[in-house]
Write a protein that binds this ligand. Sequence first.
Ligand code: AMP
Length: 137
Amino acid sequence: MIGEPTIFGRIIDGEIPCHRVYEDAHVLAFLDVGPISPGHVLVIPKERVAFLHELSDDAAAALGRVLPRIARAVMSVTGCSDYNILQNNGASAHQAVFHVHFHIIPKHADGSGLGIEWNANELVDGESLAASISEAL
Ligand code: AMP
């Protein structure tokens, strides 16, 4: 790890308390302290990287393995049938804590939950863009 630990690193280390809902060797999940809606949970890797694209395959697999299970538990407890998974990377993309995290945000009948502005455009040069991304993998 380079630099000061983030607030989530300090939660992993037990220096800062959290309302833990799940933990294994690679993953920790806890309630968001500023929930957008009741049942808003954060799921984080214990690997200390800021952005999704920096995650090791093992840490990514560990997250992927438990996310649906935690989502099911949130649905069961809150009664929501709809929810968003949000994962921000970079300050301009609304990331405030620079340790990878997935938000599970229930969408409740009262309208509480994530608000999304979705400015769809027409796809331009799809074939060459897809080929370029594919080649970059
Ligand atoms: P993001 O904008 O994706 O970086 O979201 C960071 C989230 O972390 C916000 O929803 C905060 O409410 C949440 N957060 C910050 N500090 C804590 C904390 N100590 N315990 C739980 N959630 C936190």
